[in-house]
Ligand binder design. Structure first.
Ligand SMILES: O=P(O)(O)OC[C@H]1O[C@](O)(COP(=O)(O)O)[C@@H](O)[C@@H]1O
Ligand SMILES: [Mg+2]
Ligand SMILES: [Mg+2]
Length: 338
């Protein structure tokens, strides 16, 4: 495949397919540049003094890692002055960050998880960044959290970056999902796969098994059947993987299929789940659906959810369509009985 840099890919999307507004193209390029800086910082590890705790907590009450804070700052610095955004919101900030008056404002809202998989930073396991792009409502110059609360179907673009052995950017503009690899010599992202597709069927599941006793009966039933394998009603064996970095677990599914689950359980019921709707579930759901997969809470399509709060948590079940639909059908029959 001829080497196509991200910039060229976006220009073609804009010029040939009229699919991309110039300011959205600029936004994607600046987000990619920010991810390149984060990749650089992560690559230094101990040498760069970026590992370990920041000694502060975020709005979720979670201890922040130095890289959580640094990645958030890199995103703010890179995106503040470009004139493409009206505001940004992030896992690491209580409220939206408005564009300072000295800079021009744009038409988009950017909501992001600057560093996903924080528990893996200090043990050198793949982590990532997740982002979602929304339109700023017409006539709004000082957006607040309410203006971000748009259902996932309103996203105009979504993506994640995996900082692993190589740094990958996975992107959708609403017309398929494409993979770019960071060429460290060139210093730019180069297209390496067009139109990623998720297989409808799979033999691989990802869930944190240590939460088993807290799961609802439909999930207990589904996982029991997978673990029973050939000896059970599924009559075939399934394998398990859990990296505990959503980006890495989802990227494996984008690459070879699978089902990823962080369902509602007794531990997280009060909060509504573990993962966040606006900057984890929604962007991943858009990417997975664009690649032919499905994404549900177990009871509702994630992209149809009406967000109630910026840091709202939801159950997440996504990946190979036939497995997700099976889990949804187990929830339906359970809810009908109870
Ligand atoms: O520690 P657990 O329960 O396995 O949870 C792992 C999940 O938590 C997360 O790390 C939460 O994301 P952050 O690291 O961005 O807070 C996900 O990436 C991952 O899927
Ligand atoms: Mg995360
Ligand atoms: Mg995070």
């Amino acid at each position: 495949m001829k080497a196509v840099a991200l910039t060229r890919f976006l220009i073609e999307a804009q010029r040939e397919r009229g699919q991309l507004a110039p300011d959205l193209r600029l936004l994607i390029e600046i987000v990619a540049r920010a991810c390149k800086s984060i990749s650089h910082a992560i690559g230094k590890g101990e040498l760069g003094g970026v590992l370990g705790s920041a000694g502060s907590t975020n709005v979720q009450g979670e201890a922040q890692k130095k890289l959580d804070v640094l990645s958030n700052e890199i995103f703010l610095d890179a995106n503040e002055w470009g004139g493409h955004l009206a505001a940004l919101a992030s896992e690491e900030m209580d409220d939206p960050h408005l564009i300072p008056h000295r800079y021009p404002k744009g038409n988009y809202l950017l909501v992001f998880d600057p560093l996903d998989g924080s528990s893996n930073i200090d043990v050198n396991v793949s982590v990532g960044t997740i982002f979602s792009v929304l339109r700023c409502p017409e006539g709004i110059t000082e957006p607040n959290a309410e203006h971000f609360l748009q259902p996932g179907v309103k996203q105009v673009a979504a993506g994640y970056t995996v900082y692993g052995p190589s740094t990958l950017l996975i992107l959708t503009l609403g017309d398929g999902v494409h993979q770019f690899t960071l060429d460290r010599e060139l210093g730019s992202f180069v297209l390496t796969k067009r139109n990623l597709r998720i297989a409808e069927d799979t033999s691989e599941f990802a869930i944190n098994m240590s939460n088993q006793r807290h799961w609802e009966p439909p999930v207990q039933r589904y996982i029991d059947e997978l673990v029973a394998g050939k000896t059970g009603p599924r009559e075939r064996d399934f394998n398990m993987r859990w990296v505990a970095s959503m980006v890495a677990d989802v990227h494996r599914i984008m690459t070879r299929g699978g089902i990823f689950m962080y369902p509602l359980d007794a531990k997280t019921r009060d909060k509504g789940g573990k993962l966040r709707l606006m900057y984890e579930a929604n962007p991943m759901a858009m990417l997975v659906e664009q690649a032919g997969g499905a994404a549900s809470t177990g009871r509702q399509r994630i992209l149809d959810l009406a967000p109630a709060a910026l840091h709202q948590r939801v159950p997440v079940i996504l990946g190979s369509r036939n497995e997700v639909e099976r889990v949804v059908s187990y929830h339906r029959s359970y809810d009908q009985q109870s």
